[in-house]
Design a binder for this molecule. Sequence first.
Ligand SMILES: *[C@@H]1O[C@H](CO)[C@@H](O)[C@H](O)[C@H]1NC(C)=O
Ligand SMILES: *[C@@H]1O[C@H](CO)[C@@H](O)[C@H](O)[C@H]1NC(C)=O
Ligand SMILES: *[C@@H]1O[C@H](CO)[C@@H](O)[C@H](O)[C@H]1NC(C)=O
Ligand SMILES: [Zn+2]
Ligand SMILES: [Zn+2]
Length: 591
Amino acid sequence: MNHYIFVMARLLRNVFLMNAAMCCCSAIMQQPFEVEPERLHKRSLSIGQLNFLHTTDVHGWLGSHLLQPDYDADWGDFVTFFSSFRESRLDDTQDLILIDSGDKHDGNGLSDATQPNGIDTTKIFNEQDYDLLTLGNHELYVPESTIMEYYATALSTKFKDKYVSSNVEFIKEDGELVPFGNKYIYFETPNAKLRILTLAFIFDFRRFNDRAKVLPFEEELKRTWFREMLELYPESTVDVLLVIGHMPVTDAENNEMARLHAILRKLYPNIIIQFFGGHSHVRDFVMFDGKSSGLQSGRFAETLGFLSIDNVTIESPKFARRYIDFNKESFKYHSEGHGKNAIDFSKGKQISKDLKYLREELQLDNEMGYVPKTYYMSARPLKSDENIYHLITKEVLPRLSSDMTNSSIGRYIMINTGAVRYDLHKGPFTTDTEYIVLPFPNEWLYMELPLKVASKIEQYLNKGPMIASLAPPQGIGLYSVDTSKSCPFIRQPYFTEGYTTSDDCGCKGDDTIHNSQAEYQMLNVVQSEQLVSLDENEMVHFIFYSFLQPHILEAVNAIDFSRSYDASDCTMYGGNSTKHLLRDYVKDITK
Ligand SMILES: *[C@@H]1O[C@H](CO)[C@@H](O)[C@H](O)[C@H]1NC(C)=O
Ligand SMILES: *[C@@H]1O[C@H](CO)[C@@H](O)[C@H](O)[C@H]1NC(C)=O
Ligand SMILES: *[C@@H]1O[C@H](CO)[C@@H](O)[C@H](O)[C@H]1NC(C)=O
Ligand SMILES: [Zn+2]
Ligand SMILES: [Zn+2]
């Protein structure tokens, strides 16, 4: 995505919000962390009449972040936190709703090392007492994920009245299309008796498998069930319209949530419309209008989102948001409340134990080497020796060798940045590290090209907008310009490095104050260069992932008009995958 468009979109929205004279966070702006020196780095929650906790894009990360102490809580800790929070932090006029907005596997060995993917993590994930849940695109790539999600979660006894998906259909074995859970859910909260109408939409996702069907929300809203819902639940019967989206809350390119908001606002002009988002893997919060906000709660179980709405049914409701670091210290801090109820740890402890057994069974902690320092995807500049792409292009790819390798011929080796999924953290390099950082094996193709053509491919592929299929799925990098411009850059000896989130309420949404982590722009592709001559007409080997072939052909045809290139110009190069080369590299430096 183009950063400038992104920043402009946010600036325009901010201008609009100022004109509308509405601000969300008066309550949280005066949080007492300044007057609580021993709690200096924590910001407390502002509990309201209606409270939400939100996870999204967990992607199999149920076993905590073993190499990142700031995210050291596992799913068992989260289950304990949620039940003790509910017991101790709310009075009998207040309600709490726990939501997940999808993408539950692909990203961690706990889910991805099993067959089918996610068979064990689905069970463990479902131990949490979600009040509302839906699915993401990662539940829709392959039939086995979709079938498991439908039968083990959407139709389960525990969740069949809590699973909501307004624009996805499941396709049964006999071809019949049925809603993927409930199209909508209407309920009354137990304490404040607030009447909540819930919808859930995934973004306009096209690559669903043949056991599912996704309709863009515009089309879905034309269907009979929606008209009937509007008749059954007119505005007079609803206090809060709740919309769970597996879509970003800020999205300058497609603006899906904002467009959805505009349509729903026409239908429900006066009540609160509260959105929860996901998919782009960032912390974010937006005010769509004075009675409508959207919260997005990070990725990979490093964030637990909190949102409260106070004065729900009167003219000017108050919204307060918090991004809770997913760690034991934060969980303890936020669940210590007014109540004196003893915390029941037994269920959470059992889940932590189950996760440990699962790690052992899958041999995820099998140690293959040691990583001496952390290599970042976008928190360090590409040229930094703490950048993972720098490591890969300078140390790892040059190790590629096959029958085609000829040291008297120069070569380029290109990968798409999206091949890397996570920072490579200092510490043991394990089977799990591979699932987390570089999960996919690859095959190498090559073309023989004159240097003057080969040398221009990288620039061609990086000059345009983000190519979604090449860059990492994360929205990381998108916030760089924005964050550094609008929030003070924190740098203190006693804080650890982490998020300083910039959102529509300012810079104080994170529950833990960290030294600000910079975000540098991501490119689509990076390459290793091993040239033997600078003669423009010399032939070189241009080596790339087979997956990149259409992009490479597009590039060379745009660069070299002297002839036309097609798939027959691409030959197998052979040699080991990047994943294998990285493993060998780490083994070598560990010796
Ligand atoms: C709004 O909520 C606050 C408590 O959070 C309460 O003190 C105040 O009276 C409420 N305002 C109205 C108009 O109900
Ligand atoms: C390497 O390439 C050079 C130049 O094209 C060629 O003369 C030589 O025979 C090649 N060597 C091998 C082992 O293929
Ligand atoms: C891959 O690397 C291994 C060492 O880990 C090596 O023995 C093998 O020959 C390599 N395979 C190819 C195709 O280069
Ligand atoms: Zn995701
Ligand atoms: Zn997604």
